[in-house]
Design a protein around this ligand. Sequence first.
Ligand SMILES: Nc1ccn([C@@H]2O[C@H](COP(=O)(O)OP(=O)(O)OP(=O)(O)O)[C@@H](O)[C@H]2O)c(=O)n1
Ligand SMILES: C[C@](O)(CO)[C@H](O)COP(=O)(O)O
Length: 230
Amino acid sequence: MTVAAIVPAAGRGERLGLGRPKALAVVGGLALVARAVDGLVAGGVDAVVVVAPPGDEEAVRDALGARRAVVVPGADDRVGSVGAALDALPGDTDVVLVHDAARCLCPPEVVRAVIDAVRAGHAAVVPATAVADTLKRTGDAGVVTATVDRSGLAAVQTPQGFDPATLRAAHERARTLRAGGGPVVATDDAGLAEDLGVPVVTVPGDPRAFKVTTPLDLAMAEALVTAGPA
Ligand SMILES: Nc1ccn([C@@H]2O[C@H](COP(=O)(O)OP(=O)(O)OP(=O)(O)O)[C@@H](O)[C@H]2O)c(=O)n1
Ligand SMILES: C[C@](O)(CO)[C@H](O)COP(=O)(O)O
């Protein structure tokens, strides 16, 4: 049986602002997408499907170097990009992870914990961390309308793990909704599974699995790599 991972790397990285896909940004001499794949393999993933920006498949293959991965073209948003990779999963996949290329420093322990939880029988698993800031709801002109009780809230990361039938069913539903003109508001794959009524369980996340989104995040990633293992 195979533990497979889909690595959505087809985003344009507008907030990073490099003028090229974020997955190709380099930290410590290695592209984010290559680092993300290395972390997955170190955590026990056997097969990887990387989703590249359409037209940049060759650049993504170059960035991956000798790493074994199937590269497929992505779509306009993350849901579409993950959906585009499902057909490329190996037929004997029994655990499938979805992991943002942008979370390039996720420690292998987190990957292993997600795989173990799926193997233990959970159909959908997310790494979660506590919310450190106080949360406010805001209205017109940014005026605070309420303080949100954060005690029951968690920030979720990737890799998110699924039994393959659940991930396929979740994306099939999203595709059908879209075809009918309906909205798909989930910002992660677990959200699509929740929409199916599937219970989603959490395992401990890790601050190092932060998502490189802005130039400050890229500088933080570079500093962490330079500092060495924490
Ligand atoms: N159409 C898309 C959009 C996003 N992603 C991937 O989903 C992950 C999380 O997305 P995000 O951090 O928002 O990346 P970007 O979309 O590139 O960022 P931005 O919104 O700043 O353009 C990234 O690894 C990104 O490459 C994707 O595969 N396909
Ligand atoms: C999937 C994700 O990384 C989980 O936290 C997040 O939802 C991605 O959000 P984005 O707006 O597509 O960056």
